[in-house]
Write a protein that binds this ligand. Structure first.
Ligand code: ADP
Ligand code: ADP
Length: 223
């Protein structure tokens, strides 16, 4: 579902953020992406989201080579990639329902379908009864769940998370990880960038480790 072939990313001539990175993640696989600050984790995620392009090598998502993808096609690729952020980037002046509905509204999904799909998504994260609230009325863990519901509301085959448990205590972090595990079980490919070594060790999942832009563990092909 996600494949990197000899991917190098240079931001300027003397600064290489990723060096000849090779790995592939199968459909339904869940993996962590770890490494020190500046190791290249965000760069790797940005290449999958087509927010950056590789300097060399190939990035393939869902069978599509992204390197030479025309700009106008980027929004269509992004619809297939759900993204969860550490600070969840919710709009506090809108309800939980409206926050989750946003990606569908952008896509022009008819209103009657929006209600059904938003509720299906809120149900998956256990927040069906909070749809009318403001995110401000929710706990940090619940806010993160709203962020996840929004990321999966159009059923993307790929889910990326950038430090999704950065602000959460260990118990809530474990709940969030359990949720990611459930998405992978229904076929979603999940890649979670995290510094949280204790959590990563607990999960016992494949872990891609970057060190100064090189993939030093977890590369190759999983399954
Ligand atoms: P991480 O997410 O692991 O902290 P990043 O991918 O953000 O690592 O950064 C990898 C390296 O690339 C760092 O040395 C960083 O300073 C550099 N870098 C990241 N983004 C840019 C950019 N837009 N322009 C120049 N250098 C960048
Ligand atoms: P519908 O929207 O058609 O009424 P649901 O939203 O209830 O259906 O989901 C149908 C099935 O698809 C569920 O088992 C769900 O877990 C699964 N599924 C497949 N891919 C995803 C995804 N990316 N995000 C969430 N659920 C998914």
């Amino acid at each position: 579902m996600i494949e990197f072939r000899q991917v190098t990313k240079r931001y300027d001539s003397d600064h290489t953020a990723l060096r000849q990175v090779n790995f592939s993640l199968a459909r339904g696989e869940l993996a962590f992406l770890t490494g020190h600050s500046g190791a290249g984790k965000s760069t790797l995620l940005k290449l999958i989201m087509v927010m950056e392009r590789p300097s060399a090598g190939e990035v393939i998502v869902g069978g599509q080579m992204l390197n030479k993808l025309p700009k106008r096609q980027i929004p269509y690729i992004r619809r297939h990639i759900g993204v969860v952020f550490q600070n969840h980037q919710l709009l506090f002046d809108r309800t939980v329902f409206d926050n989750v509905a946003m990606p569908l509204e952008v896509m022009g999904v008819p209103a009657r379908d929006i209600g059904r799909r938003v509720r299906a998504s809120l149900d998956k994260v256990g927040l069906l009864n909070k749809e009318k609230m403001s995110p401000l009325q929710l706990s940090g863990g619940e806010q993160q769940r709203v962020g996840i519901a929004r990321a999966v509301v159009n059923k993307p085959p790929v889910l990326l998370a950038d430090e999704p448990t950065g602000n959460l205590d260990p118990e809530l972090s474990a709940d969030i990880m359990h949720l990611f595990g459930q998405f992978s079980q229904v076929g979603v490919t999940v890649l979670i960038a995290s510094h949280d070594i204790a959590l990563i060790n607990d999960m016992q999942r494949r872990t891609l480790t970057l060190d100064h832009g090189q993939l030093i563990a977890g590369g190759g092909h999983g399954g």
